[in-house]
Design a protein around this ligand. Structure first.
Ligand code: FEO
Length: 169
């Protein structure tokens, strides 16, 4: 069973994971509007990943006999000055999520909730990948600027597909 504190913290984080999904769906729409379908595809895959994160946590809370109280989502931004600015915004969002996962892990350890600490290890590792993925595209966008290189990068990002992580089982 989950302590009330852990239950609340997981409920709050599930909202953040769904908000992340919402933010990346908004970014997919932004890139589609710019005529960059590869970028839009990349963000659509990220949208699916975030739903996976949220549902992984949701299922864990229920498995542990906890209660879910789904929370209202804030509206995400829908416009950015440049593709680079939008990816920098997303990278900062991921830094924030990493901090939140770290706080959740700290709480699990404080509560001596070993099962939740082990469960959260997956998210700690996932955040390393999330930051690297966004950071990599931020660096590439800095290199290509706003010119024709954007179309080459668009082709590269078009290849991303959603593959449910093995831990989905
Ligand atoms: Fe679910 Fe992008 O962190």
């Amino acid at each position: 069973m989950l302590s009330k504190k852990m239950e609340k913290a997981f409920n709050d984080q599930i909202k953040w994971e769904f908000y992340s999904a919402y933010l990346y769906l908004s970014l997919a729409s932004y890139f589609q509007g710019l005529g960059l379908p590869g970028f839009a595809n990349w963000m659509n895959v990220q949208f699916q990943e975030e739903q996976f994160h949220a549902m992984k946590m949701f299922n864990y809370v229920l498995e542990k006999g906890g209660k879910m109280q789904l929370q209202a989502l804030d509206a995400p931004p829908h416009a950015w000055k440049t593709p680079l600015a939008s990816f920098e915004f997303a990278l900062n969002h991921e830094y924030h999520v990493t901090k939140r996962i770290g706080d959740l892990m700290d709480l699990a350890q404080k509560e001596k909730d070993h099962a939740s600490a082990i469960f959260l290890q997956w998210f700690v590792s996932e955040q390393v990948e999330e930051e690297a993925n966004f950071g990599d595209t931020v660096n590439k966008l800095k290199l290509v600027g706003d010119g024709g290189g954007l179309f080459l990068l668009d082709r590269e990002l078009a290849a991303r597909v959603f593959v449910p992580p093995p831990a989905a089982a």
